[in-house]
Design a protein around this ligand. Structure first.
Ligand code: TRP
Length: 327
């Protein structure tokens, strides 16, 4: 199966992203023909500082490899290195009704939050995403729940193009993770973990041990003292249990048993040590990669070449179906 997914270059990877997405990518790369794009063009819908942007983009590549993506097993590339993404997005612009774009939840949220910069790219963002996916004829697209609507639109675009111009695109399926993989904020455990809610609310995948200890000790817990899984009544403790279970690779039931008769403090303490232990290889690998500029450039070059060889074939077919002349 061909698999494609994308991640924005901005923002550090935290354990929520890892357990909710990247870990699945790491697993998929051993089973399927995977393409993973750092979607730098998408990130431009928010104004970026050019100096910082390049650094952040490379850092995201480093973080993905540190988290377990292996350039020998999958194709890692930058979206902007494969010009066909922008080209196909333009074509899709011409067959997508504006009204469908205006219905997108992410567009509505982002334009509400970002009133001073509601640019056209914010609206057409899902069209570029459709191009990312359809260029590679991906059958499977690992995404979080928040991206299902964009994938539905991608399917609609594929179907529409196929109907108008003849069968060209594969209709992709979402590979959505089970609910258990949703990690909540350490401060407000009813909200999804997000780096935009302040440093105390998330643990970076590359966090230093001392800082991990502090964040867990301060994590919000609930009334009572029993360590039981009950997201409605005990959101804080339940979130700690979910994270513990995922990192320890054991069931929530077993984790409850393990902490039976112990207090919240013990859970937090043991959980911090478990994470310090589990995250150490990621931290090490990131440090190592930070001085391997040449290697990283080589990875991106190979990635771009591989991606381009697939994308250009699709684009060739699209051009010919549309009646765009070749030289
Ligand atoms: N929009 C996605 C997000 O915000 C990122 C993305 C861009 C993506 N292109 C993609 C995800 C293609 C899957 C497939 O998370």
């Amino acid at each position: 199966m061909r698999v494609l997914s994308g991640i924005q270059p901005t923002g550090q990877l935290h354990i929520g992203n890892y357990l909710g997405a990247i870990q699945q990518w790491v697993d998929l790369q051993t089973k399927h023909d995977c393409f993973f794009a750092v979607v730098d063009l998408h990130a431009l819908t928010v104004q970026q500082d050019p100096k910082e942007f390049g650094r952040a983009t490379m850092e995201k590549v480093i973080e993905l490899i540190s988290a377990g993506l292996d350039p020998e097993k999958c194709t890692i590339f930058l979206q902007s290195h494969v010009k066909e993404h922008a080209e196909l997005a333009w074509i899709f612009n011409t067959i997508t009704p504006v009204s469908e774009l205006e219905r997108m939840t992410q567009y509505k949220d982002k334009s509400k939050k970002n009133k001073e910069n509601i640019n056209a790219g914010l609206l057409t963002y899902p069209i570029l995403q459709a191009a990312d996916i359809l260029l590679y004829q991906a059958q499977g697209v690992p995404i979080g729940k928040d991206q299902i609507q964009h994938l539905e639109l991608t399917r609609t675009i594929a179907r529409k193009f196929n109907n108008l111009y003849g069968n060209t695109f594969v209709e992709p399926e979402a590979l959505v993770l089970p609910e258990g993989a949703k990690i909540m904020s350490l401060v407000e455990p009813k909200k999804k973990m997000s780096k935009s809610d302040g440093a105390a609310s998330y643990v970076s995948l590359f966090e230093e041990p001392e800082s991990i200890r502090k964040k867990f000790m301060r994590a919000t817990t609930d009334a009572g003292k029993e360590i039981t899984y009950n997201p409605a009544k005990k959101p804080g403790v339940s979130n700690l249990l979910v994270m513990y279970s995922l990192f320890a690779e054991q069931s929530i039931k077993d984790t409850e048993k393990q902490f039976q008769g112990k207090g919240y403090a013990a859970l937090k303490k043991e959980e911090a040590e478990l994470l310090i232990d589990k995250l150490e290889p990621f931290r090490k690998k990131k440090k190592e990669l930070q001085s391997r500029d040449l290697y990283l450039k080589e990875v991106l070059k190979r990635g771009a070449e591989k991606a381009h060889s697939v994308a250009s074939q699709t684009m060739e077919a699209v051009r010919s179906k549309l009646g765009l002349l070749s030289l």
